[in-house]
Design a binder for this molecule. Structure first.
Ligand code: ZN
Length: 206
């Protein structure tokens, strides 16, 4: 057992990553409608304790918080799956952080649920997109392998508009996946449900 980070990332109480009081204080997520996604489960809202914890994970590299959160997430997953698939991260972000949160989540879920990992998705044209102005980088596209598992559990860390999850689900569906369900740690609360934004996200992903 590693002894550093032995205090709760939210309140500072002695705990391995996050204490049970703070797990109980997580606010439920409001998940945007996700086209092509069979079912979705998001552990908490990116607000209050949820925001503190995700920030500890993403910006202070406190990986200890991941275990208790992913275990709580695993308990909320209803279906049987053939494979667990992480949303591929931007290579630049992965380099900055030194680890990949969706991938770590997928690995732990795989062990917890006894479902194999698969990596059928890759990002299209990342290298070419990096040199372009931001306005031309809209609508990240993914590519699927020739063969993809039938029933997939897709994993990401934070949901904002949901466009990334939808884009992955559509790509996997077109490549032959029968169903794609989705899990994430947190969903940003605010303008997700504004009609034009949610509709725009779905349209862009198509
Ligand atoms: Zn705590």
């Amino acid at each position: 057992m590693r002894l550093f980070h032995s205090s709760c990332a939210s309140c500072g109480a002695t705990a391995n990553g996050i204490c049970s009081t703070c797990v109980d204080a997580l606010e439920p997520a409001v998940v945007p409608p996700l086209l092509a996604v069979k079912s979705s489960s998001v552990l908490c809202s990116y607000s209050g304790v949820g925001a503190k914890i995700v920030q500890a994970l993403k910006f202070r590299n406190n990986r200890q918080v991941l275990g208790p959160l992913v275990d709580a997430l695993a308990a909320s997953v209803p279906d049987d799956f053939d494979a667990i698939v992480a949303v591929p991260s931007h290579p630049e972000r992965r380099r900055e952080r030194g680890f990949d949160i969706p991938e770590l989540m997928a690995k732990r879920l795989s062990r917890k649920l006894a479902v194999p990992l698969a990596t059928p998705l890759s990002r299209v044209d990342d290298g070419a997109q990096m040199g372009r102005p931001r306005a031309e980088r809209q609508g990240v596209e993914f590519r699927a392998a020739d063969r993809v598992p039938e029933r997939i559990l897709l994993v990401d860390d934070v949901v904002t508009t949901g466009a990334t999850a939808v884009s992955c689900a559509l790509t996997l569906g077109l490549a032959g996946a029968r169903s794609v369900s989705f899990v994430a740690l947190a969903a940003t609360p605010a303008p997700i449900f504004d009609g034009p934004i949610a509709a725009g996200a779905a349209i862009r992903a198509e």
